[in-house]
Design a protein around this ligand. Structure first.
Ligand code: PSV
Ligand code: MN
Length: 428
């Protein structure tokens, strides 16, 4: 255990009386509304979200990065920090690795290290948006869609390597996000670029092992600032559909224009049987990678409202993969990940207490205001006692950030993890 279990127990003992009293009060309130609180706790407890390995390092912008003392310097140390988030929150038992950022020669040792920390591996993310040392061809003008077949072949090979690594780690999915696009009108032939993407992806798809999925992650813009090849959910859907049943669409919440109705995209992908998973985060202006729920908690609730609707309707094959994808530029990433996990759990709990029968009636009778009230009411309920109870029952901390701050974890790491000279800047 990375955080002294005694510290967790001490804190929990102190907070339990208040929590139990709030819980009882909320239970009575929900009962009057026809909701059994224990059922909601069970559902929140069963819910898990994967942590991005890059999320425990200090993030940055294209302008700068301000490394935090004691930050992890390699994947083994990153896993330790992920394990702290899991120990305190108990909802993040898997990590989503990024290659080659997390590359090690001995993959088996990595798997064992993760297992010893109580962690498993989620989808492997490939990276053909940066050039790596010693790489034969540059991705400056694209990767899977590059005009030069040799560059495409290199990008395909990298994705196949990611699959091979993922197999050794016990992962069952590959997430592909490409930065390919254009900075100038006329620079790229739109149709040919998309054709080349499909051609490359077909080769990757053909090598997916039994039981594996490939998630196609779309993004509006950046780093391509005029046009991006896989810019929107429509293109992503078309590609997933063209590739076959193992290909699904991944929705990163920040990858849309600010006013886009993301919950509707989620509903459409569910209806079309192609919702593969999520990268949760929040944003105000673009792909800000801010902490989930930090800016617009109502939006994440509306996404979960669609997810629970799909679940209640027992939509065939509905089983999205949940991941966080954030850049922690000014906070201790461990704290941000704890808070973001709780934000996701809160949205889930609120979506679970929506009166769906009443909502269906309001929708059928065109009661616009009544329908909106039902959703708003659910978000006005303070479901914190449910989230805290779920954490406590799972062996975590009622107030994980306070326990973390009371621990000496980061302070100890400042000594044992002396900062490396140089290091990456910008995106992590
Ligand atoms: C792209 O902006 C993205 O959301 C993709 O998921 C990448 O793999 C990740 O960020 C890299 O930080
Ligand atoms: Mn993402």
């Amino acid at each position: 255990m990375l955080i002294d279990q005694e510290l967790i127990t001490e804190q929990n003992t102190e907070l339990e009386p208040e929590l139990f009293s709030d819980f009882e009060h909320l239970g009575a309130y929900l009962e009057r509304r026809g909701v059994a609180i224990d059922g909601v706790v069970q559902r929140v407890r069963a819910f898990t979200v994967a942590i991005p390995t890059w999320g425990v390092s200090t993030g940055g912008t294209r302008f700068s990065r301000f490394p935090m003392p004691g930050e992890p310097r390699n994947i083994f140390e990153r896993l330790e920090d992920c394990a702290v988030v899991q120990q305190l929150g108990r909802a993040t038992p898997r990590v989503s690795p990024h290659m080659p950022w997390d590359h090690v020669d001995d993959i088996h040792a990595l798997r064992l290290h993760a297992e010893a920390l109580g962690l498993g591996f989620d989808a492997v993310n490939s990276n053909t948006f940066q050039d790596q040392l010693g790489q034969a061809h540059s991705y400056k003008f694209g990767s899977l869609t590059h005009t030069d077949p040799a560059v495409r072949a290199q990008a395909i090979t990298h994705n196949l390597e990611c699959i091979a690594i993922g197999e050794q780690l016990g992962s069952t999915a590959l997430t592909v996000w490409i930065a390919d696009g254009a900075n100038f009108p006329g620079q790229q032939h739109f149709a040919l670029a998309l054709d080349r993407y499909l051609g490359s992806m077909r080769e990757i798809y053909a090598q997916l092992p039994e039981g594996w999925k490939v998630f196609l992650e779309h993004k509006l813009y950046e780093p391509a600032l005029y046009a991006t090849v896989i810019a929107d959910w429509g293109t992503s859907y078309f590609c997933a559909e063209s590739l076959g049943p193992k290909a699904q669409c991944l929705v990163d919440l920040g990858h849309h224009a600010p006013t886009t109705n993301v919950e509707m995209i989620v509903a459409r992908l569910i209806q079309l049987g192609k919702l593969g998973g999520f990268h949760f985060n929040d944003s105000k202006y673009g792909d800000d990678d801010l902490d989930t729920g930090a800016i617009d908690p109502f939006r994440i609730f509306l996404v979960f409202n669609e997810l629970i609707d799909a679940e209640v309707r027992q939509v065939d094959g509905f089983a999205p993969a949940y991941m966080l994808d954030q850049s922690h530029n000014v906070t201790d990433p461990i704290e941000s990940l704890i808070e973001s996990t709780a934000a996701v759990q809160r949205a889930l709990a609120q979506a679970l207490v929506v009166n769906r029968e009443a909502l269906a009636v309001a929708q059928e009778t065109n009661d616009a205001l009544g329908a909106a009230r039902l959703l708003r009411e659910a978000t006005q309920i303070n479901v914190e006692p449910i989230v805290q109870r779920a954490r406590l029952d799972a062996g975590g901390a009622i107030d994980p950030v306070t326990v973390y701050r009371a621990s000496t974890y980061r302070k100890d790491k400042v000594t044992t993890r002396p900062a490396e000279r140089g290091g990456r800047s910008g995106i992590v």
